[in-house]
Write a protein that binds this ligand. Structure first.
Ligand SMILES: Cc1cc2nc3c(=O)[nH]c(=O)nc-3n(C[C@H](O)[C@H](O)[C@H](O)COP(=O)(O)O)c2cc1C
Length: 251
């Protein structure tokens, strides 16, 4: 399958794709924040990848919320609103995600307006012990499901941070295989994002209709060979999930 990150055609045709990375670790030399920094290096110019630091987000408190969102929460919600997709990089603490990340998602989930986590393409990655944060990712998958986020389930990325010297002392990713897997993951996320957020029928790029099924139209963009769907907003969630499953079966 085409590696879209290497497709110069996309660069000419599109506004930059806006992605946001959120790390669940506050540690300076965090492996998970290191994964997000590596993602920033990997993506081409036409992907604008920003990292949001959640360290200033207070504990969720309904009374605090009733007084008006704290500035850090306003900033978090705005960053998510502005992003077309979000990458959550989670550590694993006692088989779960970190408290700070769950807390940030709880705040973010209170925004149900257009552009919030509801209906937002997201993915989960993580670096940790021998399970590569698989158990923390499972927990996060459930949480993000409840927020209405459209989680890209495959390909996954679970990094065993302590083996084979994947990171240096500052938390920078140095493992070449992991870098390749991360690139592959980001490539899939760009496709996942475009399929959901930028239906190709609104693009000036020439398209060719390929099928009509389950009440939505799918087309292939000739420049990229990528499928894209004209989504019915009334049944967005179900349709998107069905579409997601179909795309991955076909690939
Ligand atoms: C309280 C605590 C619990 C942890 N529990 C797990 C665990 O269940 N599984 C695991 O793989 N690593 C566990 N670890 C190790 C973390 O994966 C490791 O500290 C990792 O570096 C954290 O991610 P970071 O580098 O992004 O900060 C735990 C660490 C802490 C501090």
């Amino acid at each position: 399958m085409t590696n879209i990150l290497q497709e110069s055609q996309i660069e000419q045709d599109r506004e930059p794709i806006r992605m946001l990375g959120i790390s669940g670790s506050l540690r300076k030399a965090s492996f998970n924040t290191g994964l997000l920094r590596a993602a920033q290096e990997i993506v081409p110019d036409w992907v604008d990848f920003k990292i949001f630091d959640i360290r200033d987000i207070p504990f969720y408190d309904g009374d605090l919320e009733a007084e008006g969102d704290p500035a850090s929460v306003v900033a978090l919600k705005a960053a998510i609103q502005n992003a077309e997709s979000v990458v959550f990089a989670t550590p694993e603490y006692n088989w779960g995600t970190s408290g700070v990340l769950k807390n940030a998602i709880d705040w973010a989930s209170r925004d149900r307006t257009e552009g919030s986590l509801m209906g937002k393409p997201v993915t989960i990655i993580g670096a940790g012990g021998r399970a590569g944060t698989a158990r923390a990712q499972m927990q996060l998958l459930e949480t993000l499901g409840e927020t209405g986020s459209l989680v890209m389930v495959k390909p996954g990325l679970q990094v065993m941070a302590f083996s084979d010297q994947q990171f240096d002392r500052e938390g920078n990713l140095i493992g070449e295989t992991t870098r390749e897997l991360l690139e592959n993951h980001l490539d899939a996320l760009v496709k996942w994002t475009m399929q959901i957020v930028r239906p190709m029928n609104s693009s000036p790029t020439p398209v060719r209709w390929t099928r009509r099924q389950r009440g939505y139209r799918c087309q292939t963009v000739e420049a990229t060979g990528l499928p894209s769907c004209d989504l019915d907003s009334a049944s967005t969630y179900v349709v998107r999930q069905a579409h997601h499953e179909r795309i991955w079966r076909e690939n």
